[in-house]
Design a protein around this ligand. Structure first.
Ligand SMILES: *Cc1c(COP(=O)(O)O)cnc(C)c1O
Length: 436
């Protein structure tokens, strides 16, 4: 399988696409054609790893990693992905819990898969790869965790100082020497802009062998398709109906993965993207221009994205707003409704949800009774509520127990540098840390 750029540069191999992250013309990689599956392909899969092996095989055709795909899958899907059922007035609602990995958010899937791939491709510890990652909170922790102590690979994490939760900050800063954590005095958009400008500087990019681990890397997207397919196939075989997914959305990596899975033939019904007050996607689908906006801060901070990168992929595969409107919906949820939803959800089901998950739960609640009726909806729970305890605990009036993985990280030593939001400060910090 070859991978093309959304902007037209000639197709390249998966191995190159994984290592470069972004295409030479600034576009994002997509397979030249999507493999087509049908419902029977996922029929007997009982283990999510079998689903992964079936789905990923065509994407890895001709890759030097093809023979190791099973190991890569085993390293990635090494924790449970439960589907919980809630019984509601309007039938059953299912919740796909994606937060049982080492850093308690769904970013663990993409980060671990990418780490498993890149560490196999990178055979020259004397000339390390440097992964630059801008994070609004969860990506950085997941990527740092996945690459911590991997020989021949360095990670530089940029996060907006003061705009991530305390527990997220700890997860971003508790790693070994191959991880440099930078608290940038600016927004997530500033961090993302710094990464882009660093990668565009040719001499710098050569010296550091930059690559990206943001959701623009195809290696992040591929594993994210799997949990949708697995959950949908299970539901479909039990009910003969395709479930719809409601997905908390920021940079659109997770939502796009669901779309790509459906385009490949997975038994997925409706897709609804739930955004926070950063509402460029819903506005675009309703006719607004696609123009990058300044992100606004919300309670669902990992979704505070003013210019969602993966829209470029969605438009490439799904067309412009008019056409997209037939296949996908998007609804914005503001902080007031996020807060009310966390409270309501807790009162009703005695379960705490994180502010991101609350956007999806709220969107489900807003559906008409008719739409809710069949109980064919799955909301996607993207992070564990204990990661956002400062928000969640006051709302529900009680404490949220931390998962064990998270607790382990909290006791570690933190190391980070504060820098200004410009390229010079980034380069100075890297040169100092990696000077040897
Ligand atoms: C990253 C993140 C999101 C948004 O996912 P995208 O792929 O950027 O749309 C939602 N919730 C949580 C908890 C996240 O960490």
């Amino acid at each position: 399988m070859k991978y093309q750029s959304t902007r037209g540069a000639p197709p390249i191999s998966l191995d190159h696409a994984l290592q470069h992250g972004i295409a030479s013309d600034g576009g994002l990689f997509l397979p030249v054609r999507l493999p087509r599956f049908d419902d029977a392909d996922f029929d007997s899969s009982k283990d999510i790893r079998e689903t992964a092996a079936t789905f990923l095989a065509p994407f890895f055709e001709d890759s030097s990693l093809a023979a190791e795909l099973d190991e890569i899958i085993a390293e990635t899907f090494s924790f449970p992905v439960p589907l919980q059922s809630l019984s509601t007035n309007a039938g059953t609602l299912e919740v796909l819990e994606l937060f049982h990995g080492p850093t308690a958010a769904f970013k663990d899937f993409g980060a671990r898969f990418l780490a498993a791939c890149l560490s196999r491709l990178q055979a020259d510890p004397a000339h390390p790869l440097t992964i630059l990652v801008a994070t609004s909170g969860d990506t950085g922790g997941a990527v740092a965790a996945a690459f911590d102590k991997r020989p021949g690979i360095r990670v530089v994490v940029l996060y907006p100082d003061g705009r991530v939760s305390e527990r997220q900050a700890k997860q971003l800063t508790c790693w070994s020497d191959n991880v440099l954590s930078l608290a940038v005095q600016g927004s997530f958009d500033d961090c993302q802009a710094m990464v882009k400008s660093a990668m565009a500087e040719e001499t710098l990019a050569d010296r550091y062998r930059f690559t990206s681990a943001n959701s623009i890397n195809i290696g992040r997207l591929l594993p994210q398709c799997i949990y949708y397919i697995h959950a949908a196939a299970g539901h479909f075989h039990a009910t003969e109906r395709k479930p719809g997914f409601i997905i908390p959305t920021g940079n659109l990596g997770n939502g796009f993965a669901c779309f790509m899975a459906r385009q490949s033939g997975a038994p997925i019904g409706s897709i609804i993207l739930a955004t926070n007050a950063n509402r460029l996607i819903p506005d675009f689908l309703q006719g607004a221009e696609w123009e990058s906006r300044k992100s606004v801060q919300t309670l669902a901070s990992a979704m505070d994205v003013g210019n969602p990168s993966n829209m470029e992929r969605l438009r490439f595969l799904g067309g412009e707003a008019e056409q997209l409107n037939e296949s996908i919906r998007a609804i914005a949820v503001d902080d007031y409704d996020i807060t009310a939803e966390i409270k309501r959800h807790y009162e009703r089901y005695a379960t705490a949800i994180c502010p991101h998950t609350a956007t999806a739960s709220y969107v489900w609640r807003q559906l008409s009774d008719e739409e809710k009726g069949n109980g064919d909806w799955i909301i996607v729970a993207t992070a564990h509520p204990a990661k956002f305890e400062r928000i969640v605990e006051p709302i529900i009036g009680t404490s949220v127990a931390m998962p064990e993985a998270l607790e382990t990280l909290m006791s570690r030593q933190q190391r980070f540098s504060k820098i200004k939001p410009d390229l010079e400060s980034l380069v100075a910090a890297m040169d100092e840390h990696f000077a040897a």
